[in-house]
Design a protein around this ligand. Structure first.
Ligand SMILES: C[S@@+](CC[C@H](N)C(=O)[O-])C[C@H]1O[C@@H](n2cnc3c(N)ncnc32)[C@H](O)[C@@H]1O
Length: 243
């Protein structure tokens, strides 16, 4: 005999989406530092904190790496996908100090793969190059310039994994440049697609929020891709091309 369950399930699943919601914390007695404990456990198990802490980074005075660097927990998740897919070549948009590029480069090392990362700011290009060198990552190439222009001249089919983390106002434009040119088995990841909640405002407060919102609205109508939005950090959108 089987039982037919009746909705509403959506509400229930919303309530158990993140570990720090009521259900996820049900047995947690301490009531303090729950997120810290979750992060530390994740970091301990997958060692990403160790990888991050061991990096020696140089950057401009007044800009803390954490303000723009993707969350190491999310990067560790990307490393998992890259290893499982046996990706060789990765393309990144938005280098900053090079932390995400180094995470990506580490995960393609075994396949003798490379990371090509594009950065518009000359200052960041210089810092990233220094950071790659001092941390022993020789499989990363930094291209200086506007990703919207550089992408046009790259052999996009050669990259099996694309990580887009540049200016959020350009997400749609970047996607349109890539959409028809990527290989059929590639994965594209767009970072920060919740943009601090700004995408949920009818009229976003920031041009970045508006950029992402427009991009997501376009994707909603685009049937050529399987779209998975993961609530990691500021939202990671994973795109797979439909067969
Ligand atoms: C969020 S940061 C990237 C962080 C980096 N991916 C990490 O996690 O370590 C965004 C970077 O994109 C760069 N950027 C912005 N617009 C760009 C464009 N049109 N082309 C290339 N890079 C761009 C910015 O200068 C900035 O360094």
């Amino acid at each position: 005999m089987s039982i037919k369950f009746v909705s509403p399930v959506a509400k229930t699943f919303c309530e158990s989406l993140l570990p720090n919601q009521k259900i996820g914390m049900h047995w947690f007695k301490d009531k303090k530092n729950f997120e810290k404990k979750v992060y530390e456990k994740m970091a301990l198990l997958s060692d990403f904190d160790h990888f991050y802490k061991n990096l020696t980074l140089e950057g401009p005075v007044g800009i803390k790496p954490v303000t723009m660097t993707s969350n190491p927990a999310g990067l560790s998740f990307l490393q998992f996908i890259i290893r499982q897919k046996k990706v060789k070549n990765v393309l990144e948009v938005g280098t900053f100090l090079g932390v995400s590029a180094m995470f990506l480069a580490e995960s393609v090392k075994k396949n003798k793969g490379r990371v090509v990362t594009i950065e518009i700011g000359q200052e960041f290009v210089n810092y990233a190059q220094k950071n790659f060198k001092r941390n022993g990552h020789r499989n990363i190439d930094v291209l200086h310039g506007d990703a919207k222009e550089i992408i046009k001249g790259l052999p996009i089919k050669d990259f099996q994994f694309l990580f887009i983390d540049g200016d959020k106002t350009h997400y749609l434009e970047i996607f349109l440049l890539l959409e028809k040119r990527v290989s059929k088995d590639c994965i594209i990841v767009f970072d920060d697609v919740i943009f601090n909640g700004d995408i949920f405002n009818d009229t976003p407060n920031t041009k970045h929020g508006l950029g992402v919102k427009n991009f997501l609205a376009y994707l909603k109508k685009n049937d050529g891709w399987i779209k998975t939005l993961m609530p990691i950090s500021n939202g990671m959108l994973l795109l797979e091309k439909k067969a």
